[in-house]
Design a protein around this ligand. Sequence first.
Ligand code: ATP
Ligand code: MG
Length: 393
Amino acid sequence: MSAPTPHVLPGATLGVIGGGQLGRMFVHAAQRMGYFTAVLDPDAESPAGRVSHHHIHTDYTDVDGLARLAGLAEAITTEFENVPAPSLENLAVARPVAPAAASVAIAQDRIREKAHFVRCGVACAPYAVIETAEQLAAVADDLLPGILKTARLGYDGKGQQRVATPAELAAAWEATGGVPCVLEKRLALDYECSVIVARGQDGQMVHFPPQRNLHRDGILAVTEVYPGNIPVGQAARAIESTRAIADGLGYVGVLCVEYFVLADGTMVVNEMAPRPHNSGHWSMDACDLSQFDLQVRTVAGLPLSTPRQHSPAVMLNLLGDLWFVDASDTTVEPPWADVLALPGVHLHLYGKTDARRGRKMGHLNITGPDIDTVRSTADFAAAVLGLPIPLSE
Ligand code: ATP
Ligand code: MG
């Protein structure tokens, strides 16, 4: 157990490992509070590196790069869960690090993650661990049709294969190279939701209202947050489960937990992210404190306060596909001016220069006086951009 984090006050430098969009939005929030920032990311063009005071261009395991980060930053966080846990351990010798390596190590391995959920009394989708040919052969038939997920390094549906028969399962596992996997039963989902909490060193925890999420092709497409977006009892259960999962880790930082809700109202946990999450981006424009503001406070050891949502919100993810003209390779900038002509539209772009299909380029937050207005603006914006409508199912 490390010593309690002293307050790291504005004027100091905060560090973040990872230079993607989440790091960029952390940097923006930190700078707004008067901090200097340092980003460690090997990509010279990384979204966060471009806007940070300091940018260390090394790999996440580079001893020299990590030492430079620890030299510059008085407290350090991470923006992506695949940062090698030993790098965080190494940094934690010199500086407060939140979240801790031990929490990140659990979140980056689906097998350990599911074991943690079970330990906390939160049910997962039925699953089997597949690390050996014996475990593969022993898989129960009722887990099929299922989804084979690599235990490590998956995101946005990558590292996942749908399988319907034992033969397909065997072929899919072989295609992974026989790496550790979990096979999850494919569930008929009524809807998906997620809850984001921020937990301090002293165990104080605050949460955002549960988010209702729509995924397309394994990638988050739409998040809606307004009173009644989720039945009250289910929302309360999701919050309680998330708190239990965070407490069980002794977590410090911002944590997102994703849930599946089935037609009969059963709720099972899907996975967690030890960082701010795409489904929490709405908080930037519809709350008095965003998930990134709270990340800054947790890493700096400052008091947390419960974020207050002041507007209903719809968030639309902007993937690289929007830049492509039909099926061609030609890209054009989407018609932002037409979208920005709509009331309550907040455009966030991550400064990525090359659009690729499926790549997260930005998001659009829509706020307004009531959810009907917000939804109709969101539909309109989606139509202007050529996003699939209706937004929800
Ligand atoms: P990310 O980290 O970007 O959220 P991921 O690659 O880790 O994504 P998951 O969250 O495991 O992937 O799955 C992505 C989506 O695929 C889910 O949000 C859900 O829509 C669908 N999905 C995953 N597992 C199941 C399941 N067992 N049954 C039904 N749908 C599923
Ligand atoms: Mg997910």
